[in-house]
Design a protein around this ligand. Sequence first.
Ligand SMILES: C/C(=C\CNc1ncnc2c1ncn2[C@@H]1O[C@H](COP(=O)(O)O)[C@@H](O)[C@H]1O)CO
Length: 250
Amino acid sequence: MLRGKALPASTHDQRLLDTRGSVDWLHQDPWRVLRIQAEFVEGFGLLAELGPAVSVFGSARLRPGSPHYDLAERVGRGLARAGYAVITGGGPGIMEAGNKGANEDGMSVGLGIELPFEQELNSHLDIGISFRYFFVRKTMFIKYSQAFVVLPGGFGTLDELFEALTLVQTGKITRFPIVLVGTEFWSPLMDWFRGTLAAEGVISPDDPDLLYLTDDPEEVVRMITEAHREGGRRLEERAALEAAEEEAGT
Ligand SMILES: C/C(=C\CNc1ncnc2c1ncn2[C@@H]1O[C@H](COP(=O)(O)O)[C@@H](O)[C@H]1O)CO
């Protein structure tokens, strides 16, 4: 309810029909919500029928010829051959490598982000979406992936790793595998988790076990398929238990 000096100078109809007015309102927060909503709708719509998928994260800066680029391509290929769609940030570097590997034998998805400088989605995608908002894009990675694979990267990669890790640690999402690829690159971080964070009591001693560490693309695929199978078995067991309890009237 608005009264007195809070009343606007014009009516909603006037503002709707006045084509000469300022367009500043388009950039106000209440209207931004609709754009955010539209982004969710587009993402959910395009990814709804994706099937089992794995997100592959890693540096935007590493180029072909880097051993990590090669590793990411092999990871993408292995995952695609095992029947997983591969989702990346759709950009260059490790993202491009993961998509390139997947694109040859399976479904390759890029969830790009609008950045202050011009940048195109890489050319190895079956589905490509560009997001304005990081948080909408992050929701898509989480919602449509059964596992995360993290190759060497900088702040963007660490942000994605910690997002996934926090959600699993706090039980906000079902536990699923987070695989770090590149033992030399990631070991100092794992040592810090155990030697400092766990030692200081700011994480649980078993929290570092939420992460797998390997250099072998085949092991990445094996870990993920096994965890997936195990998760499916647990769900079946729980469903059977619930059905038995219901039948027994307990
Ligand atoms: C730096 C350059 C381009 C950046 N382009 C990106 N496109 C899409 N996604 C990106 C980009 N940069 C970061 N990301 C996301 O973060 C991760 C990589 O970040 P890092 O800081 O390089 O580790 C990646 O997984 C993306 O999801 C010019 O080449």
